[in-house]
Design a binder for this molecule. Structure first.
Ligand code: COA
Length: 121
């Protein structure tokens, strides 16, 4: 199962600059810690947001029956995105025999994009 998403980085930048609501609603504590280590770069936050929407499309549901914070996108020691699932989404992964979720993120000056691939048993 595959999914894709694209977003204007400036849209995310404005949401982040407004107040903490967007960050706290969409991202886990670990993700916010990672953003803070990266100086809250809008392109990085936008990339994580796209990755979550891409995953939701790969499931074929959008963000439904689980929340944005049930998906966590971190990075390994080489910078590759790593996906963790929690709560309802973790249960859905067990029910659907999901083995692994992979994402790939990219950004240019104006846009961030992400692909998601859900590997099943
Ligand atoms: C499914 C979802 C991720 C689509 O994202 P979007 O930004 O509205 O729309 P995009 O332009 O990225 O994508 C639209 C395309 O997604 C695809 N799509 C729509 N529903 C889909 C689904 N259930 N599964 C997979 N793909 C879907 C379609 O191809 C659609 O294009 P089309 O209408 O021309 O066929 C979105 O509906 C969703 O669940 N978003 C989260 C909602 C939310 O809470 N937002 C608040 C942000 S704080």
């Amino acid at each position: 199962m595959i999914g894709i998403d694209i977003i204007e980085i400036d849209r995310i930048k404005k949401l982040v600059e407004k107040n903490d609501r967007f960050l706290n609603k969409v991202f886990t504590e670990n993700e916010i810690k990672y953003f803070s280590e990266k100086g809250y770069k809008a392109q990085t936050i936008a990339g994580n947001f796209c990755a979550k929407e891409a995953i939701s499309k790969a499931f074929g549901t959008g963000i439904r029956n689980f929340s944005f914070k049930d998906i966590e996108i971190l990075r390994d020691e080489l910078g590759k995105p790593v996906v963790n699932t929690y709560n309802n989404l973790k249960k859905i992964c067990i029910d659907y025999n999901v083995l692994e979720i992979n994402v790939s993120i990219s950004h240019s000056r104006d846009y961030a994009v992400a692909n998601a691939f859900i590997k099943k048993v």
